[in-house]
Each structure stands twice: as C-alpha cells, then as structure tokens.
Design a protein around this ligand. Sequence first.
Ligand SMILES: [Zn+2]
Length: 468
Amino acid sequence: MKTNRKLHKLLIRNVGHSVLRSLTDEFPVLRRVDELDQVYHLPREELLSRQWEKLRKVVKAAYESCPYYTELLDGIGMKPGDIKTPADYARIPFLTKAVIRKRAKDMLARGADTSKLVESGTAGTTDMPITFYRTREVGQEKWAQTASFNRWYGWDVGDPVAFLWGAAMDIYKPMSLRGRVKKFLINQDVLLPTVPLTEQELAHHWKTLERFAPRVIQGYPVPLYLLARHVKEAGGRLDLPDLAAIVATAEPLYDYQRELVEEMFPCKVYDRYGARETGLISQECAAERALHINTEGVYLEIIADGRPAEEGETGEVIVTDLHNTTMPFLRYQLGDVAALSTRACSCGSGLPIMHSITGRVGDLVVLPNGVVVPGFWFPARLVKYVPNAVEQLQVIQEEPLRFTIKYVPGANFSRNDMAKMQEMFVILFGKEPRADWVVVDDIPRDRSGKTRVCISKVSADFLGVKPE
Ligand SMILES: [Zn+2]
C-alpha cells in the first residue's frame, strides 16, 4: 500500500497533473472538466439562460422521440414550442417512480438499443428501486460535472479518496487492465464498507484511513459520525495530514453529526445533494456552506401546494435532467423537500442557492450484537429476488429484536414472493430477530412529505440523540 501511494504521489503530485493532461486525448472527459470550470464561473444570468436552453432541447427531444412524453404533452394540448416560461413548463405533470415502473419502456427513445446503453438503478433509499438507462457520453458528462465541483474543496482528478460507503457491490465491478490503469491514474480510492458497521469495523477503518492518507473522504453522515465517535471514545485522534475535505452525501447531514465529525477530523464537512438518476444536484461552497445548484446538469423547481414556491418557501423538489435524451427525466419527483433562494453568495459563484433538505429520512437499524446498518439500505435488499412483487415497503424496528414490515403488495403478489422476502430478512438480520409482515394499502408520508422506508425506535438511544 505504502509503495503504491508513494508512486502515485510521484506520478500525480510531483510530476504533476501534466501526466493526466497528456492523457486528455485518451480521456477527453478530463478536458471537459477544465471547460466546465470556466462555465461554472459565468455570471448567474448566463448560467440560467444556458440552463433554459438545455431544458428546451431536452423537452423537444423527449416529445419527438419517446412515446410516453409524446402522449403526455399531447394529453395536455402542449407542444415543446409552447414552453416560453417556467410557468409553461410547470404544466407538465410530474414524473413519479410509480410512472417509471409502469412506463419505463415508453420513456425510452424509439429505437433505443438498451444493450448499447448504460443501465443504472437507484439503491431504493427512499422507495422501491427503479432501473433506468443513459448513454456512456451522458454518464461521462455527469462525471465531469462532479469532478469540477470537487475542485471547490481542493480535490482534483487523481487525488486519493476514501469512500465510507454502503456496500462493496455498489462500487467495485470487475475491471479490464485499461480500466485498472485509468483507475490508478484518475480514480485512486479506497472503500471502507459501512454495511455492516461494528466497533471492530470502525477500528479497522480508522487504521486504513491513516495508512491510505486520503485527500478527501466521501461518505454517508451516519457512518462518518459513528467513526468520529469511536475515535473520541478511544481517546485517540485521526492523523490525516493530507485531508482537505469531507463530503457528506446520500442522507441528510444533521448539525450534531457535523459538529462531532469536524471536532475529530482535521477539516470541514460539506454537504452534497444528488441522485443517481440525475447526477449532482447541489453542493455546499466553502465560504458560506450555501448549497449551490448544478445548473448545467439539472433544472430544479420547488413546488408548494401545486404551484412554484415563493423564495424561501419550503416545497417539494422537482428535478429535470438536462442531458439524458435516451430516457428523459422531465419534472421528476424526487421525494425531497427544500427551498430556493435568489441571494448572491460571498463565494462569488453565480450558481443559485437552495436550502434545507429535510426530506431524506433514514433511520439506523441497531442489532443487539452491535451490528449497525443505515436502515434505508434494507427495503431494496428485501425485495432483491422479487423485484416487482411489492409497490411500497417500510421496515420498523420496534424493539431490538422485533420488526414490523409494512408492505403494499403488487397485483401479482404470491405466497412464494412472501417466502422469498422472509428468507432475505433472515439473511440480512440473522435468525434471532422476528418479523411481523403487515399488508397495508399505502405507506403514508410523514410531515416533511417523505416516505420513511425505515423507522427505528431503537437507534435514537444508541446515537444518544433525540430523534429528528
Ligand atoms: Zn457560495
């Protein structure tokens, strides 16, 4: 590991990023990151007009090529050319996950060959998972946008990153030699799995981090918090001289988490908001920790009571992907809650600002044997072998060893599906915990407008915090 790290530093840091520059013909995406740096520095007006033009193009392509969108716009008597203002655009009905599950095929551009596309899926953090497609080029553009945002924190392409992440299978796939070379040069990283997460695992991650000496740590807030607490309780400190930033992602970042992580780690924690379907949506700047919206990648609306929210008013996040014309996501209901601001930020970025994502709620499942798992990880895994069996599902940890699992069965739900889910429950939780399966008509949303996929009545005690 040490030799590898030294060699890497020599290549990337000392020889400089010129090594990477010389590879820009091989990897044009690297040049794209530099271009995007320029774009993101444009004044707000220009950024917004670029965003609007991209939006019009995506809508036009969706209408002309995808049966679902042709039908949708015809249904409300609208042509893409009629869209002159944000209010016009807001007449298009939301795209929900239920629609995607039902109409995925019709959302694809006519003649699209899925075998030549990149298939991707959501992890099912807030709902049942969905599958979607995009071209390799769109994936690369998303990657470049993220890489440009990474630079806000002194994190450049090629810098070593540690991921405090869900599960190994979410990141690593078998790689070709070319893939491995590319990874060594532009994606130096180490994965610290957080499923499951025990004190033993945390101690191991602590050592691994110090040996790996990352420039950046990216992770879920809960494991970051648990790691900080582990180090504090051990009376130790984290020796990470190269660490420039911690990027928290995928779940809401609460103040108590941020405070402890910043107390124990030698750098600031920044929040990043994104979705697999759309890529990076917004991230905090270093100056004010304002969440700046990625106007190159998405068009974002906040809707309150069925109308565009006023400035500062909380509403539902509706997002449009500005690149994917193979399977477009127009006015996609993410299930999150936020507010918009038009104020300027002292960091100088013209990218507009959003506030307070309060929607993404996922509790921890804490088992008596010390295993801790972010609860949102479970629902998608429970239905892994019966992908279309249930519409909605919610895991409730009532007591350390007693769970209630509410589910809305799909039209073709069978006894066999039930048996498979129970089997999966035992694989995930072990033989000891008991599960009561309860059929319901609907899983109601909580006050924030979010469906909670996991509620633990045990985890607040474990974390030593009041439930939010
Ligand atoms: Zn800012």
